[in-house]
Write a protein that binds this ligand. Structure first.
Ligand code: 5GP
Ligand code: ZN
Length: 109
């Protein structure tokens, strides 16, 4: 399958990995919208959140905890967003969670 994020997972295309385990990988967004902007992706391909396997999704909080400890944002806080479909502006169809942190993130949501 011709999926950019699968190529990051398979190491076909190099990217700066911040953390990975058996289920997820985290790397810096190429076009950061906050001082810390990291993308978290499952290693298995799903198009979007509605497509995702519940068993894998259940592993998400532990990964986020470890990642945020490593980034030093556990106490200061962060925001996680996932886009699904056209109206949300999804452009990569391998589900990904935007982790934003590093200053006052505003009150959009
Ligand atoms: P979406 O709108 O699909 O939720 O967001 C896709 C995100 O992927 C965007 O924030 C975009 O900057 C990021 N992105 C797109 N191409 C690349 C890439 O080649 N490398 C990295 N690290 N991020 C990318
Ligand atoms: Zn993929």
């Amino acid at each position: 399958m011709d999926c950019l994020f699968c190529k990051f997972i398979n190491k076909e295309i190099p990217t700066e990995i911040i953390m990975e385990n058996d289920y997820f990988m985290a790397f810096k967004d190429i076009n950061p919208k906050a001082p810390i902007h990291v993308l978290i992706i499952p290693k298995k391909h799903f198009a979007d959140i509605s497509d995702m396997d519940g068993e894998i999704l259940a592993k998400f909080p532990e990964f986020v905890r470890n990642l945020c400890d490593k980034l030093g944002v556990t106490d200061t806080g962060y925001r996680i967003i996932t886009n699904k479909g056209k109206d949300a502006g999804q452009i990569i169809f391998h589900v990904h969670f935007h982790l934003l942190a590093g200053n006052d993130l505003g009150d959009l949501i």
